[in-house]
Design a protein around this ligand. Structure first.
Ligand code: ZN
Length: 140
């Protein structure tokens, strides 16, 4: 089921395309796979009113970005930063069983260590967008 959710988001990503009135953005690049995304946010009163991404990447990175934009839209920036930490910790530790809702779908990637950077790239990029506006991050 989780695998199907990843494939479904990769096929039909949510919140894909430019956010014309973005207040924050960052670009992330994973040279190992060629994934490159821009994450754009619109923050108002410290709340993420909108979150979109564009660029290109493999199925895993695309699904991760799609699931991420759904998860962070409507929460505040501190909650978003905490979620980034939680997801990155969970993806790095196969024994971490914390429930993450729909983001549980990403845990399947832990069985494929070479692909973990594909899944984490959008999250590193989101953190950069929330903190250092307009900076490019790379997984290498
Ligand atoms: Zn990838």
């Amino acid at each position: 089921m989780y695998r199907e959710l990843v494939l479904e988001h990769a096929r039909a990503p949510r919140n894909f395309g430019e956010l014309s009135d973005a207040t924050h953005e960052a670009v992330g690049h994973n040279p190992l796979c060629g994934d490159r995304f821009r994450i754009q946010l619109r923050l108002a009163d410290d709340r993420l009113e909108a979150s979109r991404f564009d660029g290109h990447g493999c199925a895993i990175s695309t699904a991760s970005a799609s699931l991420m934009t759904e998860a962070v839209t409507g929460i505040d920036s501190l909650q978003a930063r905490e979620l980034v930490d939680t997801v990155l910790e969970t993806l790095a530790d196969a024994d971490d069983d914390r429930p993450l809702g729909t983001l549980d779908a990403l845990k399947g990637v832990r069985a494929f260590p070479t692909r973990i950077k594909c899944a984490t790239l959008p999250w590193h990029t989101l953190r950069s967008a929330l903190t250092d506006n307009n900076k490019t991050v790379t997984t290498e």
